[in-house]
Design a protein around this ligand. Sequence first.
Ligand SMILES: C[C@H](N)C(=O)N1CCC[C@H]1C(=O)O
Length: 720
Amino acid sequence: MTDEKMDETKKKTKKTAECCGFPVSIFFIVVNEFCERFSYYGMRAVLVLYFRYFLLWDDDLATSIYHAFVALCYLTPIMGAIIADSWLGKFKTIIYLSVVYAVGQVVMAVSTIHDITDTDRDGTPNNFTLHIALSMLGLILIALGTGGIKPCVAAFGGDQFQEHQSRQLNTFFSVFYLCINGGSLLSTLITPVLRAQECGIHTQQQCYPLAFGVPAALMVVSLVVFISGSGMYVKTDPEGNIIWAVCKCIGFAIKNRFRHRSSAHPKREHWMDWANEKYDKLLIAQVKMVLKVLFLYIPLPMFWTLFDQKGSRWTLQATTMSGDFRAFILQPDQMQTVNPILILTMVPIMDRIIFPLIKKCGLDFSPLKRMTVGMLFAAMAFVCAALVQIEIDKTLPDFPSSSESQLKVVNMFNSSLNVTISHKDTLLIDSLESSAGYVTLDHQEITVSLNSSGITKNFSLIAGGRQTLIIPSDPSVMYLKEDIKSKPREGRNAVRFVNGWTAVLNITNLESNLEPTVISNYSLVAQGTRKFVLSNGAQSCEFSQTFGFGSSYTFLIPSTLFSTDCKSIKAVEDIQPNSVHMALQIPQYFLITTGEVLFSVTGLQFSYSQAPKNMKSVLQAGWLCTNAVGNIIVLIVAELGKLPKQWAEYLLFASLLVAVSVIFSVMAYFYTYIDPAEVEAQIRSELGFEPEEEKKKETLEMEDKDKDQQNEQEVKQTKI
Ligand SMILES: C[C@H](N)C(=O)N1CCC[C@H]1C(=O)O
């Protein structure tokens, strides 16, 4: 045996330090994963807000770029796997790509410092191009890093286990998943709080640099932890350019099959056997194993398509619900933290109680069955989401269709008015009151007549819009103002004021002073009791209003404002607060998380256990790719298909997933589980290669011989 070969075999049979039956090196790997996921999910938690409120992109662009980024993060694992399995090995790939990742996070954090381009010191950046360029560069580096290392870390963790530790290996994947979710939970709680702080050199702004800087620091910690374990790892070397060899082998099999397509040539058991002429049996067997699993993955993206809507559709659903839990207030996007919290409790329960119980009952709950059941749970979660949506829809205002217009009338005149719209609808409105709700009209050109004064005016309404007609103290100058026609974002409340006082007013929360007879633009206020101070320079008074979630109010300020100490201000409710409670989303979160434990944790283990030794990262990457495709489907669905009713869309997704899980269960039925190591050993022995066990024994014997020789020499030297 050559020295090189001996070194390699020694590496493979290296005894690792153990603690409670687990390799000690695993500790560094799970801590590394915890920090990395903290970094990834922490950054993701504030990314859309950064796009929306720092770069000032609109909602559509912000969500599209966000989903495109997530999809990229799950596509780059292919690159990481190729580098690891064919070139650098998993250990070096993790280190190099972690450096790229950490640099990306730092670039991203720098891009969020508004002071770097805020030359006029007004609090907003002056060179958006630079911020956009830096953040895109940062995101690309992050996607390369996080995706690149992801298949390697899981597979590298698996590599640390010896053959006798197969039970511990399964536990490892569960612990690994717990660490992912521990990191995700902490970071999604912490980074939004960091963002809400104010910071800056010249002007104080929302502290995005801190919200992105802490994840960057955690990525550096992750790298340091991983390097610290360096001396303890089992590092398997890549066996040449395996991916290229696989591609060539598949290409040759297809070409050869095509060349021998006539019936004169006998059929072969498997189409890959057409590569027999040129490639060795071992490689062909390995390719067959990988292809079999990859084929099985084809239906899986549908699970992720539903799963990933937690962050988009379900969060939007939460914005139309009430988050008042009495002891605490939950914001709509915080509802997502229910997922990692449930993962942290359910993985141990499943592992320790449910799975052993199922086994005790003599039921066969094989990995592919678990994954099928996982998909059905996710489908049930969407049925629940549809039911909740139906409840919410009952409480939502009737917003106008695209051909309709809605009109509300506010009377700031000093006496009641009879307002007739288009000679048809007559509304009697008291002074400092509004019409009860909105009048829906199926035409846009209207005539408004104030019957007592004989004033008549024509207006053109916005099709599909909501507007308020303000009749000021001088009714002849009545005018229209556009209203919001959807629930205010993030469960906040939209407020505006009509100034019926005789002079300019300054009102807290409003961007600028309010002229007499004018209605202000909306400003958004959070849930809770809010205080408004109104002043004209000489006098001031304050009033408070308690807000729920997702309401809209117009406050009518009378001419008697200061004499009544603000008490005469009239609140008109344009959109009622959300009344369906966010707790109703818990069942759907519970079901999707149960689905995730059954589907995702099992899929991770399955991808490792069914892969040949030299293609572990490749199959992990294939598994992660199902997630990328799922995200791309979300993107396409968001752009194209919009069903008129949200609950119908939820049901459509649920039915699609049920259909896909039936297909998957049929495919799974025909799949036979293998032990890749055994298959490889068998082929090796058929081909007359030295079996691994023999190699091990030989290495140990060589080591013993080396030691004996050393001892002999030492004895000789002492004698001399
Ligand atoms: C946070 C999720 N519960 C979760 O653990 N994941 C979602 C996609 C896969 C997995 C992850 O690796 O982040």
